[in-house]
Ligand binder design. Structure first.
Ligand code: BGC
Length: 600
């Protein structure tokens, strides 16, 4: 009943005023309900919708039978077993000891006389899972005739501290195969020993486009709009989330990779992947995007599948690098910083999806050519921590980070390191490196991991590096370090990343497929993975009508001279690309040709 529509501002103000009046005039607790009546003044119906032995989904309906409306409703109970409630939907659920408190969401904070609200959550337990027997609504005991008007319980915890059912136990994975343990068993690295899901939408497209040799590689499923949940992501894709999960079971896969990518005001520093939700549509994001995804992922039939969720690329780092007085600032990023909706959206996604025992959240950390400078690096780690501890999330909801998603940064620069110098001058002073602290994704990812732990993330976090398009093979790949005739000649002649500038990101000419997906390839790295499906465009340079919110982006135009975010360089893009997410045959063929390691 809670409805997904946000009440108008006027209505919310009216409700707020009415609520204040009730509390102001009558006070809290028993007084609210006055003389005893025959029917219970409130009823709470607690149902375990699913139970899989050590975890469960509960659904709770609370009804206000009193003659007055109740503002800021709050339901409380105590567990008799060792149940731990994770974060909820349609209420903020928190637990302290055995005591659980569910507080109203801001958008549905009033219970009218005779009105009900429904909320739910996932929990964990061992032993038995008995339903609680006594419930209180704002201090009044429910389900008892006449309303005994219980006193307000003390020691309630503030909302937003739920611990996700302590599902991130951090047991180490000795390379066991998924599916062999109990449902919901957490592992440190969900890739280790796991057979990964191959997305048929991409695989079949790749195979009919000349990519038979790589068509059996696992790639991520992108949930890039609300419609993707039921009918497939942008472009030629047709499978909804349930189709993918069912197909993953049919393949006998242990793990599936997906990307949640639909924040309000998405992609604030570019136009190519702007999305369907406007900057203020955070409630729609929560109710119509994250909540339905959570409902599907919580289905117990998928409990054995490790679900690797890459959370919202193109978002949080923009709030550090592309705002305020920086020359790289954009009006859209300033808006998203001011309204807080990136932080809230990411926090909510982490809380909601991370509460599901078999979901592993990885937060996007851009790439070295974006965040590798001192001014960006530490502030980003801190901002990510802030997001990961907002909206009911905790660091226990974060398995790690994802680097280089949909980007082209070289995994490793084989012919030079950040510590090299030419005639006593550090490569950091070269035009290409430009004072960055990193020259490749692997050194960046490992260092960011350490920084994130310092910022408060768990010490067992790992990083996924997207290697789908950072191979840089083909005829232009240097095979040895260049002569040290000058600093720039050495760096430019040695680097395998052949881009014009590390800030270039759209359909890069000369790129090739990178390392094939691989689990635990290096310390701190959970996987090399193909998150961006090779062959799907990064964006178009001309306006192409679409219903996804995507716009023409000059960064996809080879003739564009650039802006502050790419050092005012040429874009390096291939010409004639379709809208982002749609199939770009010419790019796919080049990626195959320039693959490194080569495709045989
Ligand atoms: C697009 C998405 C697409 C993803 C993967 C992004 O740039 O905006 O629609 O699903 O790339 O190709």
């Amino acid at each position: 009943m809670t409805g997904t529509r946000k009440p108008s501002r006027e209505r919310r103000l009216a409700l707020l005023a009415a609520g204040t009046l009730v509390v102001g005039a009558l006070g809290a607790g028993s007084m609210l309900h006055g003389t005893a009546v025959a029917a219970p003044v409130c009823t709470v119906d607690y149902k375990v919708a699913n139970d899989w032995g050590n975890g469960f989904t509960a659904s709770v309906t609370v009804t206000n039978n009193d003659s007055s409306a109740l503002s800021n409703w709050k339901v409380e109970w105590d567990y008799a077993g060792n149940q731990k409630a994770g974060s909820g939907w349609n209420a903020t659920v928190s637990q302290s000891g055995a005591h659980v408190t569910a507080t109203a969401p801001s958008w549905n904070s009033t219970l009218a006389s005779g009105g009900s609200a429904e909320f739910g959550f996932n929990g964990t337990y061992s032993g038995s899972n008995p339903a609680p027997t006594t419930f209180k609504l704002n201090g009044t005991t429910c389900n008892v005739d006449g309303g005994t008007g219980g006193t307000t319980t003390g020691g309630t915890t503030d909302g937003g501290t739920s611990n996700g059912g302590a599902t991130n136990g951090g047991t180490t994975d000795g390379g066991t195969t998924g599916g062999s343990g109990e449902p919901g068993d957490r592992v440190d690295n969900p890739y280790a020993g796991a057979k990964l899901y191959v997305n048929p939408d991409w695989s079949e497209q790749a195979a009919r486009s000349g990519g038979q040799a790589i068509a059996n590689q696992p790639t991520a499923v992108w949930l890039d709009r609300i419609a993707a949940i039921t009918s497939g992501s942008a472009g030629e894709n047709t499978m909804g989330l349930r189709d993918h999960l069912d197909e993953a079971l049919a393949q006998g896969a242990d793990a599936l990779q997906m990307v949640t990518y639909n924040l309000p005001g998405r992609d604030c520093a570019a136009l190519a992947s702007q999305g369907e939700l406007g900057p203020t549509e955070i409630d729609k994001y929560k109710r119509e995007f994250i909540d339905p995804i959570a409902a599907i992922l919580s289905d117990p039939k998928y409990a054995d599948l490790r679900i690797i969720n890459i959370v919202e690329i193109d978002s949080l780092p923009n709030l550090i690098t592309n705002v305020g007085s920086r020359p790289t600032a954009t009006a859209n990023c300033d808006t998203m910083l001011a309204n807080g909706n990136y932080v809230k959206g990411v926090g909510y996604a982490l809380a909601k999806l991370g509460a599901i025992p078999n979901v592993y959240n990885y937060i996007d950390i851009g790439h070295h050519g974006w965040l590798g400078w001192d001014d960006n690096f530490t502030p980003t780690a801190k901002l990510l921590h802030q997001a990961a501890t907002s909206e009911g999330s905790t660091v226990d909801h974060v398995a790690g980070f994802a680097a280089n998603v949909a980007n082209y940064g070289a995994l490793k620069e084989p012919h030079f390191t950040i510590n090299d110098s030419v005639n006593g001058t550090s490569v950091r002073q070269s035009k290409w490196v430009d004072w960055n602290r990193y020259v490749d994704e692997q050194t960046y990812a490992q260092a960011f991991r350490e920084e994130a732990v310092k910022a408060g993330f768990r010490s067992d976090v790992g990083v996924i590096i997207d290697t789908s398009r950072n191979g840089w093979g083909g005829p232009n790949r240097p095979s040895a370090p260049a002569a040290k005739t000058s600093l720039d000649a050495f760096v430019d002649g040695s680097r395998i990343d052949r881009r014009i500038h590390t800030g270039n990101w759209c359909n890069q000419a000369g790129a090739g497929l990178g390392e094939r997906p691989k689990a635990a390839p290096a310390p701190g790295i959970d996987a090399y993975a193909w998150i961006k499906p090779p062959g799907e465009s990064d964006g178009a340079s001309e306006d192409i009508p679409n219903d996804e919110g995507k716009k023409a982006d000059q960064m996809c135009d080879p003739d564009y001279g650039g802006n502050a975010r790419n050092g005012n360089s040429k874009s390096g893009a291939l010409p004639g690309a379709p809208v982002s997410g749609h199939w770009f045959q010419a790019q796919f063929e080049e990626l195959l040709r320039n693959a490194y390691p080569p495709v045989d």
